[in-house]
Design a protein around this ligand. Structure first.
Ligand code: HEM
Length: 487
């Protein structure tokens, strides 16, 4: 077959000119140096230098897939959100991640897993950026940079520092609930298909009539919970650092459709006010006995991305993205995140990250933002109306999309959310639900992680475990002894 007959397209430069020779640089004679005018070589080398963008500052290692959210229940009395109406079927992209590791980190490290969704609703994108645990380490975003720093590499050694991690946690009793989850079996799931997802924060659902309830979103795996022990995970990581990603990708390539049952917990404002704890505190769950989960639908994933970078790395998920019928709540961690994510994405991807194909809403956009770096999309649909008010038309506001007002009370001050909070009661309830084997693994995982941590830090942490439950403290002490008899 001649080159001319070939069905393969011609290789071109980035500016579209067909390339005659992609193997040999332009040199002065057969043995001479390369000429600076070889702009095709320059273009290739320059592009290579720019293939990396800043990785996510946390949750850098991840994988994902496309699918849909199907609503099988009826909560139309609670929300007017189009994607939550009975029978609605809405395209979704999901990204699963580990929290602390860098982009090249091994999948199977003990860590909180991200469970994040972009739901392309007919009324704009709704993102639920959650995790495989329903709670978090701290309850005020002021402490989040410190929490992340304590889990990062030490400035001098550039090594992860268990001493820093346990130092921070042992001085932060509100972290006990999440720490217990992290060192229990659920801290090391075999992969995304075998873990639950939780929206974490309280969000709100609201109706056009102005009624509002508080809700939490849960995604319960239909594949069954599976986890590795530390030793098993080490073996898998010895074979591959991408164990979780390989399993998800292979399953979907082979036709599997991983599913999660979607549930909500619902709380009225009256119930919220009557609770003995703050329902907007992210270190706490809403007890299921008092707020039973209601089944509302199914999340299913059935298509791998065609291009990991374009669809997963450039994916910009943010809790700020809500749509009509779904709102935020007074959770102060949520307020921190509403700022942090779009800010991170302006840095990581640029000011027009929402216009990238994977982030673009599946409906027309009529924002009045203009210009900026890399404004790669076409002309504004409303060229005479890039300001308002104007005399020429263009997009208009629609009060039908207004969220009902929310009463706020109290003086503006730096109120301490730790005051009067009992940080032990919910971790205790969790600990008491663990069977013998689960407790044994919890103690051993903690002791292994504390290896080499200064004794005063370990002792301070054991005292916290003791206050959760005497068996918890004693179990960790015994495991520390077994790990290091000097302790
Ligand atoms: C990613 C900050 C709490 C789950 C990120 C990113 C930032 C961030 C800056 C990178 C975003 C990007 O570059 O696209 C924060 C702050 C928090 C917080 C400031 C607290 C105030 C949480 C909580 C959860 C969570 C409570 C879980 C409920 C995630 C997930 C991702 C992420 C899943 C990765 C999203 C993706 O797959 O692209 N966080 N985070 N974060 N965070 Fe948080």
């Amino acid at each position: 077959m001649t080159t001319q007959d070939s069905p393969r397209p011609r290789l071109t430069t980035a500016s579209g000119a067909p390339v005659a020779d992609d193997r040999n640089s332009l040199t002065a004679g057969p043995r001479g140096p390369i000429l600076l005018q070889d702009w095709r070589l320059v273009e290739k080398l320059a592009h290579l230098n720019r293939e990396r963008i800043p990785e996510r500052v946390v949750h850098a290692k991840g994988c994902g897939a496309h699918g849909r959210l199907r609503i099988t229940g009826d909560i139309s009395d609670l929300t007017c959100a189009a994607a939550l109406q009975p029978g609605a079927e809405t395209p979704v992209i999901a990204r699963f991640s580990t929290a602390a590791g860098e982009r090249g980190a091994a999948d199977l490290e003990r860590d909180v897993r991200g469970f994040a969704l972009k739901i392309y609703t007919p009324e704009g994108n709704w993102d639920l950026v959650g995790a495989n645990t329903p709670v978090f380490f701290v309850r005020d975003p002021m402490k989040v940079p410190d929490l992340f720093h304590a889990q990062r590499r030490h400035p001098r050694s550039n090594l992860r520092s268990p001493a820093a991690m346990w130092d921070f946690w042992s001085l932060t009793p509100e972290s006990l609930h999440q720490v217990t989850m992290l060192f229990s079996d659920r801290g090391l799931p075999v992969g995304p298909m075998h873990m639950n997802g939780y929206g974490g924060h309280a969000y709100s659902l609201w109706t056009r009539e102005g009624a509002r309830v508080w809700v939490k979103f849960h995604f319960k795996t239909c594949q069954g919970h599976r986890h590795y022990t530390n030793a098993e995970a080490r073996q898998v990581v010895g074979r591959s650092r991408d164990g979780a990603q390989e399993a998800l990708f292979a399953a979907i390539e082979e036709g599997a459709v991983p599913r999660w049952r979607v549930q909500i917990q619902v709380m009225t404002q009256d119930q919220a006010e009557a609770l003995p704890f703050d329902p907007f505190d992210l270190t706490r769950v809403w007890p299921q006995a008092d707020f039973p989960p209601i089944e509302i639908g199914v999340l299913e994933l059935d298509r791998n991305p065609d291009d990991h970078f374009a669809e997963i790395e450039q994916l910009a998920l943010s809790p700020s993205n809500v749509v009509r019928g779904i709102g935020h709540s007074p959770d102060r961690m949520l307020q921190g995140r509403i700022f942090a994510y779009p800010d991170a994405q302006r840095h990581r991807l640029g000011v027009h990250h929402q216009a990238l194909p994977v982030n673009r809403p599946r409906r027309p956009v009529h924002a009045r933002h203009r210009d900026g770096a890399m404004r790669f999309f076409g002309p504004a649909p409303d060229p005479d109306a890039w300001y308002a008010p104007n005399s020429f038309g263009g997009p208009r506001e629609d009060p039908a999309f207004a969220e009902p007002p929310l009463d706020l009370h109290g003086p503006a001050d730096r109120h301490d959310p730790r005051e009067g909070a009992d940080d032990f009661v919910q971790p205790r309830a969790l600990f008491l639900r663990l069977d013998e084997g689960q407790r044994r693994r919890l103690f051993a995982n903690i002791a292994e992680s504390m290896h080499g941590v200064p004794a005063e830090i370990a002792e301070r942490q054991v005292l916290l475990f003791q206050q959760v439950h005497p068996d918890y403290g004693a179990g960790v002490c015994a495991a520390l002894d077994a790990e290091d008899p000097q302790f």
